[in-house]
Design a protein around this ligand. Sequence first.
Ligand SMILES: Cc1cc2nc3c(=O)[nH]c(=O)nc-3n(C[C@H](O)[C@H](O)[C@H](O)COP(=O)(O)OP(=O)(O)OC[C@H]3O[C@@H](n4cnc5c(N)ncnc54)[C@H](O)[C@@H]3O)c2cc1C
Length: 403
Amino acid sequence: MTSTAEETAAFQLPPAIQEYRDLARRIVREELMPLEQEYLASKNTAYGLMGIQNLRAAFDAETVARLVKISRDTGLWYLLVSEEYGGLGLPLLAKVVIEEEFEYCSVPFPFANVPNILYECRGEQVDRYLTPIMEGEKTYCFAQTEPNAGSDPGGMMKTSAVRDGDHWVINGSKMWISNAHESDVVMVQAVTDPAKRQRGGITMFVMDRHHPGIKIEEQGLATWIDNGRHAQYLVHFDNVRVDESNVLGEVGKGFNLGQKWLMIHDRLLRGPYALGKMRRALDMSVEWSKQRETFGRPIAERQAIQWKLVDMYVDIQALQSMTYTVAARADAGEDVRNEAALVKLVSGDWGARTIDRAIQIHGAMGESLQLPLTRFYRLLRHAQIGGGTSEIQRMLIARQLLK
Ligand SMILES: Cc1cc2nc3c(=O)[nH]c(=O)nc-3n(C[C@H](O)[C@H](O)[C@H](O)COP(=O)(O)OP(=O)(O)OC[C@H]3O[C@@H](n4cnc5c(N)ncnc54)[C@H](O)[C@@H]3O)c2cc1C
């Protein structure tokens, strides 16, 4: 028995998806795993930077170029890109399965990283923002959270955009914005109609990060300081003047756009994000427990250890079934908002507890930074907070249950 996806009886993955899964697995084994020790030792990677940015932070240009070439030659670069813009046109289920493979290793594989709200780009916005981000030439940040608006951005957001002739004038401050300092493009939500707020009164704007009036400040609350780099910032908007060409989507529809992004990118794709790490943690724990001896026997022979392994395995199987099912239902055209919230909730909660069990099985070695476990733990612990906390996912699910 292994922790791999073939074990999921409910799904006979179509041959095309299996081929991609095998390709991804081969790349992980042959290209990424040999780089993992160097990656883990790097002081320059940080949570919230994009995969390609973390690769550049950790490796020489030649290594990064080799991985990018593999990604482009295999077509995987466009895995998550919409078909309209040259994406592979794979179903969501395929994306989930492939992503899961790449999450097995700490070293990120370079993909085109396009937040799906950017597909709202129209006219010159496409060349200015969407295309360069898709090709990896520019990076972005998404600014919704504020000092007093986290779980309830619709109700508490203070950043405003006020009409002034043909222009909008944006004022306010955002907090915890990942990648702000390194980004070329800023997407920001602002209240344009205080009476309507999230029901038609919040608009999404997109602009260059160096647009006059934008100030990025270290917030002094780094979350990844152990690796020497801040990745979350305060972003201040001080009389930032923009016009209609900076409105992303429609005026007043910006809150829904944010939710649309969250549903797939920050909820459903948390499933494979957790699953790859959980499978790796189980594989490592099985190996370790078979060879680590105490009191004359491998710890794998102790029931206390076996039950931890089984509990990890159960979480993986259940989350995998759930994630694949929700992806397949989304592919069939179903509205899976509620189910995506469930995947987000379970990925964070069970993901963190699975890694916690793996660390315990490894004893002191589990805390070593030479293993990926503590890093996995931080990432999955964060999954219970970022992009809507576990409590907020429960709130969304409860609303549906009680409707
Ligand atoms: C590393 C990192 C990266 C981030 N990157 C970004 C980014 O790029 N862009 C961005 O816009 N934001 C970003 N954030 C912010 C993140 O989205 C928010 O932190 C998150 O939404 C939670 O908001 P909060 O911290 O204000 O918690 P709060 O809203 O203050 O909540 C505090 C606690 O109360 C609970 N709670 C709140 N309301 C309820 C309720 N009704 N019922 C029960 N419990 C409740 C919460 O679940 C939480 O446990 C990032 C945060 C971190 C830590």
